[in-house]
Design a protein around this ligand. Structure first.
Ligand code: S3P
Length: 180
């Protein structure tokens, strides 16, 4: 939404939300926050451990609580996990509390970027390519639904994507300093 007090990045695993988010936060003088990191800190356990003991549903509850707490603030750049858009309340909250950027990435680029990943529970099973295709089919409409702006990161370095986004955001995002 515009004007908005926060910037929010959504998109699938491997889209570059964290690496681009950190750089963008610096450019715009925002405080960077990563929802996964907030969940890990709040729970004192890794994402893998949370999935193992509480299942995906348990993780989603904690992800929602962390997102809600972060978006009650202003002046943040919030990088969300790839599945945060699955929850309807999360989507409404993001649209209300931030200017939302969808970082898109194709499955081929995801496979390259996530090749050696061992920390994402959804990737530690079966046919990775099929898992990623299935996730995209379900989630892409939600990313599109919440997004104020979309950038395709295929073939872009984090630095290149950041420069492009910084220009687009300077023209499109009206920063609001209001808390509510
Ligand atoms: C998930 C993405 C991960 C993390 C968790 C689940 C998903 O975050 O939240 O492993 O459902 O796509 P990133 O998108 O930052 O990798």
């Amino acid at each position: 939404m515009n004007p908005a007090p926060n910037l929010i990045l959504v998109g699938p695993m491997g889209a570059g939300k964290t690496s681009i988010g950190r750089r963008l936060a610096e450019r715009f003088g925002l405080e960077f926050a990563d929802v996964d990191q907030a969940v890990v800190e709040r729970c004192g356990a890794t994402i893998n451990t949370i999935f193992e003991h509480l299942g995906e549903a348990g993780f989603r509850e904690r992800e929602k609580a962390a997102l809600t707490q972060l978006l009650a603030q202003k002046g943040k750049l919030v990088s969300t996990g790839g599945g945060a858009v699955l929850d309807c309340d999360n989507r409404l909250l993001m649209q209300r509390r931030g200017f939302v950027v969808y970082l898109r990435v194709g499955v081929e680029a995801q496979l390259k970027r996530l090749g050696r990943d061992r920390v994402r529970p959804l990737l530690q099973r079966g046919d990775r390519e099929q898992v990623l295709r299935d996730l995209t089919a379900v989630r892409e409409p939600f990313y599109m639904e919440v997004a104020d702006l979309m950038l395709d990161t295929d073939g872009l370095s984090p630095g290149g994507a950041t420069s492009t986004l910084a220009q687009l955001l300077a023209a499109q995002w009206q920063r609001s300093e209001r808390a509510a």
